[in-house]
Ligand binder design. Structure first.
Ligand code: HEC
Length: 221
């Protein structure tokens, strides 16, 4: 319940805008930049392009926010509200439309249910991958990633059926998620040999970047 849509949105949407603004700060920017964020293509391209450079500042931002939340003893919700307040300026400008600027995508009911169930399995897979990595079971992590998220999962998820209801930008992010999960699977196997987990963790962050990118741009109706 605590992690229902709203608090998460309040945290992630302003954060993404914040990062975006950091990157745009060299230019004079206006609210159009914020609105452009609704465009998931831009966002994913940016995530892909900026991931290595921006990682530190993102982690730093996250760390500060989490520290703030912990010391306040009130959890992420407070952070969400705090960050949202910092961005009141932007929110006010968007208020005329809806504060949720994600593109609505229509799926037939059954497919929607099926997709959301897949999504929950994506999250479970990430959890199992992290657990396996912590237990030095890199092969297991690789197997989970390839089967449940990677290119081998396409049939499992009925990707062909679902893809035709997705706008092209959303399809691209979906494909990129499968590709990056397969890349992670290879890096995890390498880590089992080299003992260095960092390339695998980096590859895993490219997978979650696709989750973040798609969720920031699209929602189902
Ligand atoms: C190509 C787009 C896309 C990708 C990639 C994607 N998702 Fe989703 N996900 C969605 C959409 C759309 C929803 C529905 C959101 C809404 O309607 O508010 C959703 C919903 C969810 C939900 C909520 C499920 C429910 O029962 O309501 C979870 C959990 C989730 N995604 C996890 C993940 C994880 C973890 C990843 C990455 C490994 C991921 N998703 C990748 C599009 C995507």
């Amino acid at each position: 319940m605590f992690f229902a849509d709203e608090p998460i949105l309040r945290v992630t949407a302003p954060l993404l805008r914040h990062w975006h603004r950091e990157e745009e700060s060299a230019e004079s920017h206006d609210c159009n930049h914020t609105l452009q964020l609704a465009n998931a293509d831009t966002l994913t391209r940016r995530l892909a392009r900026r991931a290595p450079l921006a990682r530190n500042s993102r982690i730093e931002t996250m760390r500060k926010l989490l520290l703030a939340a912990t010391s306040a003893g009130l959890g992420l919700l407070v952070v969400g509200v705090g960050v949202a307040q910092q961005h009141t300026h932007h929110r006010d400008h968007q208020a005329a439309s809806a504060s949720d600027t994600r593109q609505l995508v229509h799926f037939p009911d059954q497919l929607r249910e099926h997709t959301l169930a897949n999504m929950r399995d994506h999250l479970l897979a990430l959890q199992e991958i992290q657990e396996a990595l912590a237990q030095k079971r890199e092969d297991k992590a690789a197997r989970i990633a390839e089967k449940r998220l990677g290119l081998s999962s396409l049939t499992l998820h009925g990707a062909h059926e679902v893809a035709k209801y997705m706008p092209p930008g959303m399809q691209d992010i979906g494909s990129e998620m499968h590709r990056s999960a397969s890349r992670f699977a290879l890096e995890a196997q390498n880590a089992g040999v080299t003992g260095d987990l960092r390339p695998a963790l980096d590859a895993l962050s490219k997978v979650t970047a696709q989750c973040v990118g798609c969720h920031a741009g699209y929602r189902l109706k």
